[in-house]
Design a protein around this ligand. Structure first.
Ligand code: NAP
Length: 305
């Protein structure tokens, strides 16, 4: 690898392509159904840092013609009021997708909230039914960030089949679904976490490294196999600057390709969420019951049993 560094895997151009396709689907849906596909974002606290991120989602929706709105809890956000709000949105035939502001206040159990979401409207793939469909190789809704981490590889022409991949992080929303998706793409996958002994030894064997730990500087260039492809999912603020989990400067000297932070996985996450929303709208319009999209008769993966 020349010292000039790795190829940059930038999310913005791929996200623009996805948004273009979404805008066309939205226009067709709106023509056919007399209303735009609609997203509701359940807000549990106006001052949370994630409000900025959610406002960004609303703006992206507006750009492609999706109708999106904040669903605010009347009164105090408790487990009962949040789940009641979600159930009302589940029952609302003019709402096609529901996402909930995270993190939740400590008094509200995540599992109670997740379970309340109609799987057919769960466009960020957090409901156990969608997680199970992914595990079994069926086509449910994928968590958008994990989807983005693998989609950026696919759309950048990175060969996944037959590679050794290491995923750092085993969360239900990022690490594990990314690992299952890589297995679906026929990679051989190792999942590392905070109790992994000798993380560097695992990373050194990897052709593809997906890092989703929330730990700046966790992966450095000297840990990488020369020519490895690095997907940095991490989002951290250090000295007022947005950085990933990978020490970019040292890693790009060893890797063959790397996603920048910001500008890598992030933009794609947002665009894929919009595409999930349109798919949810189309699936619900095609079926009088609001079941999740029907799985194909056979698992779509080869490797997963
Ligand atoms: P999370 O729930 O906190 O999970 C972090 C995972 O990393 C856990 O499995 C943890 O292991 C593991 N980990 C932490 N420190 C480690 C270490 N030193 N060595 C090895 N593994 C370590 O976080 P998350 O929700 O999955 O998010 C991960 C990162 O992605 C965060 O930086 C988050 O901000 C970012 N993110 C990005 C996007 C995007 O669009 N780009 C979207 C969502 C999240 P244990 O299981 O053992 O605790």
């Amino acid at each position: 690898m020349p010292d000039s560094g790795a190829r940059l895997l930038e999310g913005a151009p791929i996200a623009a392509e996805i948004r273009q396709a979404v805008a066309e689907d939205v226009a067709r849906y709106t023509r056919d159904h007399g209303r735009a596909p609609t997203l509701a974002v359940v807000i549990v606290g106006k001052d949370a840092p994630s409000t900025v991120y959610l406002e960004q989602i609303l703006r992206s929706c507006a750009r492609v013609g999706i109708d999106a709105r904040f669903a605010e809890i009347e009164g105090e956000a408790t487990e009962a009021t949040v789940t009641a709000q979600i159930r009302a949105l589940n029952e609302d035939p003019t709402v096609d997708g529901v996402i909930v502001q995270m993190p939740l206040p400590p008094s509200i159990r995540l599992r109670a909230v997740i379970d309340a979401i109609d799987p057919a409207k769960d466009i960020d793939g957090i409901h156990p039914l969608n997680a199970g469909l992914l595990r079994l190789g069926y086509d449910g809704f994928l968590p958008a960030t994990a989807h983005a981490a693998v989609e950026i590889l696919r759309r950048s022409g990175v060969e996944i089949e037959g590679t050794n991949a290491v995923v750092i992080g085993r969360s239900a929303v990022v690490g594990m679904p990314a690992a299952f998706l890589l297995v679906r793409e026929d990679a051989t996958v190792t999942v590392c976490h905070s109790r992994t002994t000798d993380l560097a030894a695992h990373v050194r064997e990897a052709d593809i490294v997906v890092v989703a730990a929330g730990h700046p500087g966790l992966v450095t260039g000297d840990m990488l196999k020369p020519g490895a492809v690095v997907v940095d999912v991490g989002i951290n603020v250090v000295d007022g600057k947005l950085v990933g989990d990978v020490d970019f400067d040292s890693a790009r000297r060893v890797a063959s390709a790397i996603t920048p932070v910001p500008g890598g996985v992030g933009p794609l996450t947002n665009a894929l969420l919009l595409s999930h929303l349109v798919r949810a709208a189309e699936a619900q319009a095609g079926s009088p019951r609001r079941d999740p999209p029907a799985p194909p008769p056979e698992p779509v993966t080869r490797g997963v049993r």
